[in-house]
Design a protein around this ligand. Structure first.
Ligand code: IMP
Length: 190
């Protein structure tokens, strides 16, 4: 069965292709020659994931899914949340995003946080939601060079390193995205 994944991100696409093969053939938007950027203007991760999946369903009428992720910091009442990609003011500027978080937490001792991924799947017009959570704490300084986004300041529970100090394959065993994809895979297998 073919499944469209509403992403232009080649790294994410490859990860998900491997997880769903050989039973499902995952196709990214770039492979469909679809370069439209679907706006993510909803107030929740679930809402953004659903809007993207619905846009693809309406266009192609084929099984499709999309994801949205946010970093939720308890002391900041869940921020940056849906604004994670642009928290520092500029779209996808990880340095600015981390700088803002570190500044806001500079006087804060309670540093618990979680990454949360929502996946929306549309099959035969029916909508399904899946979630994955990685809990941890926000470090006082950046550490590590791997990964992306907030990885250098996020230390997952049970580890002494940040996500940016872990190999991709180790991060992918415990990450929010991997757990959400696992829930999707389980649903499709049933
Ligand atoms: P997206 O929904 O996957 O595009 O994620 C939105 C934003 O959340 C990204 O631009 C990153 O800033 C952040 N983010 C998502 N996943 C991760 C991750 O695994 N590590 C660090 N930051 C992430």
């Amino acid at each position: 069965m073919k499944l469209i994944f509403a992403t232009h991100n080649p790294g994410k696409l490859q990860e998900v292709k491997e997880l769903l093969a050989p039973k499902y053939e995952v196709i990214g938007l770039t492979e469909l020659n679809d370069h439209e950027d679907i706006p993510e203007n909803e107030s929740t991760l679930e809402g953004n994931a659903l809007v993207k999946a619905r846009a693809i369903w309406e266009k192609y009428q084929l099984p499709c899914f999309s994801d949205d992720t946010g970093l939720e910091i308890d002391a900041l009442h869940g921020a940056p949340g849906v604004f994670s990609a642009r928290y520092g003011g500029k779209e996808k500027d990880a340095e600015l995003n981390m700088a803002k978080v570190l500044a806001e937490l500079s006087e804060v001792d309670s540093r618990t946080a979680q990454f949360r991924t929502s996946i929306a799947l549309i099959l035969d017009g029916q909508e399904h939601l899946f979630h994955g959570i990685a809990k941890g704490t926000i470090r006082r300084k950046r550490s590590g060079v791997d990964g992306f986004g907030y990885d250098p300041i996020f230390q997952p529970d049970g580890y002494q390193t940040t996500f940016a100090e872990m190999s991709n394959s180790d991060k992918n065993k415990i990450s929010h995205r991997a757990l959400a994809i696992e829930a999707l895979v389980q649903f499709l297998a049933d």
